[in-house]
Design a binder for this molecule. Structure first.
Ligand SMILES: *[C@@H]1O[C@H](CO)[C@@H](O)[C@H](O)[C@H]1NC(C)=O
Ligand SMILES: *[C@@H]1O[C@H](CO)[C@@H](O)[C@H](O)[C@H]1NC(C)=O
Ligand SMILES: *[C@@H]1O[C@H](CO)[C@@H](O)[C@H](O)[C@H]1NC(C)=O
Length: 431
């Protein structure tokens, strides 16, 4: 397990050796003055969001301790910046949410949503590049630490200014995809490359610096935040390093209310679909019905559901149980059921790390996957898009998860899979 100190050590070692790496492997002049610390480091992420920023900022926090200056350039407002008070944020504009992407996201949001996001990022390339350029000049940036997803402007400006760039992703297949890995993510990105290169030409940015699914030669070091043993075997170029999972040293504790719930329930199911995903009312009702039936069958005795992007209106008003009874969903959503605790946000790591949490019903995002593996919590995965389908597949191969489909969600199937995971997967050594 690589914790962040080791991650940082790795990063720092590479930072200190940048000149050698660059000249040895890339024949290009990287302008590094090693005599003066602090250096100015720009962290750039077009997509933003906690899952992209948190691990990068965890690394930044240690670099700050060591005297470096960090500027964060990202969309939206990074709400948790209070966790990293010395990181200065420059805004890349409003964050694009999935609800912005599709009117009918409820009906058919899936991995194609990512293609839409790529399209938008290409349309915004000009202004994104301009913001990177201005920020780099204003803060005299020495090193670029770029989220790799749809963030070409970050890599391009580093290249234009001849500065070293560290690429970052949790999805290895975005960095270096292999044809034998059946993951839809790479296919969605490539059609936009020609369009992107046309825009680059118009503003005199050297085209073809970045090809999706390949590590660009401009990247001095590419870090992949993953879990040992999680990825299927593949060869990697020498400048790609698997690190991680980056797990914080401190996580938000349980609220007194949650702590009370956790301590009075011995077999808890935790439900959460990350910070950006949500599904249809029909699916939400099926999930709610499944957890009610699972409680009635004594498979579990408690459920915590962190709704996050799911609104209470995203449920039908009633649902029918197999025993013929009809339930008002609002009563459950308003926490009138003694064994179901609905919250808007939850301190996820603290819940997963609690002995009484026996199963995590998840979307299978990278951060959640790492936390679940780290705490030894089996997963029932309902992937929505991005890297989640691939993650679900890998978790299943590893024997620690089963997966579902948003298109064919079925109450009996959910219950059977929960039963299997609760009874046959004894992965948690802590319990
Ligand atoms: C990008 O900027 C160039 C030069 O100002 C302009 O010709 C082009 O239309 C812009 N492209 C987009 C997609 O905004
Ligand atoms: C529940 O059952 C009632 C009576 O059988 C039916 O009218 C209603 O449509 C059902 N509701 C759902 C959500 O299936
Ligand atoms: C997770 O739980 C274990 C055992 O209960 C505890 O020792 C550890 O400190 C917890 N980890 C974190 C980061 O809270």
């Amino acid at each position: 397990m690589i914790k962040k100190n080791q991650t940082l050590l790795l990063l720092t070692l590479f930072l200190l050796n940048f000149v050698n790496i660059s000249t040895a492997t890339q024949n290009r002049n990287v302008d590094i003055d090693r005599s003066s610390i602090p250096k100015n480091i720009l962290i750039g992420s077009f997509s933003g969001g906690r899952s992209h920023l948190k691990p990068m900022l965890d690394i930044a926090a240690i670099l700050i301790e060591r005297g470096y200056n960090i500027v964060l350039l990202t969309t939206g407002k990074y709400e948790s910046s209070s966790e990293y008070p010395s990181v200065k944020q420059v805004s890349l504009g409003p964050q694009i949410t999935l609800r912005d992407l599709k009117e009918d996201v409820h009906k058919e949001f899936d991995h194609k949503g990512l293609a839409k996001l790529v399209e938008i990022s290409v349309k915004l390339y000009n202004q994104t590049y301009e913001k990177y350029k201005n920020t780099a000049e204003e803060y005299n940036i020495d090193l670029f630490f770029c989220d790799y997803l749809i963030n070409e402007a970050c890599l391009d400006i580093a290249h234009a200014l001849k500065k070293p760039v560290v690429g970052w992703t949790a999805a290895l297949q975005i960095m270096d995809s292999k044809p034998y890995k059946s993951d839809p993510i790479g296919l969605l990105l490539s059609p936009f490359l020609t369009q992107l290169n046309d825009i680059r030409k118009q503003i005199n940015v050297e085209p073809n610096q970045v090809t999706f699914g390949k590590v660009p030669k401009e990247v001095s070091l590419a870090l992949v935040d993953t879990f040992f043993g999680f990825e299927l075997p593949q060869s990697l170029p020498p400048n790609v390093q698997e690190i991680g999972p980056v797990i914080s040293e401190e996580y938000s504790p349980l609220t007194p209310e949650l702590s009370n719930f956790m301590n009075t329930h011995e077999r808890v199911l935790y439900v959460a679909f990350g910070t950006i995903h949500f599904t249809t009312p029909e699916n939400n009702n099926k999930i709610l019905q499944s957890i009610l039936e699972a409680i009635n069958k004594n498979m579990i005795d408690g459920v915590i559901w962190a709704l996050v992007q799911t609104s209470k209106d995203d449920f039908y008003p009633t649902l029918n149980l197999t025993d013929g009874s009809t339930i008002q969903t609002s009563s459950i959503l308003n926490n009138e059921h003694p064994h179901i605790h609905i919250v808007k946000f939850a301190p996820q790591f603290a819940i997963l790390n609690h002995t009484n949490t026996k199963l995590y019903f998840s979307h299978g995002g990278a951060g959640s996957t790492h936390e679940s593996l780290y705490t030894g919590t089996p997963m029932l995965v309902l992937p929505f898009g991005a890297d989640q389908m691939g993650n679900a597949q890998k978790l299943k191969i590893a024997g620690v998860a089963l997966s579902l489909s948003i298109y064919t969600l079925d109450v009996n199937d959910i219950i059977n899979k929960m039963d299997h995971l609760l009874n046959k997967i004894a992965m948690n050594h802590r319990r």
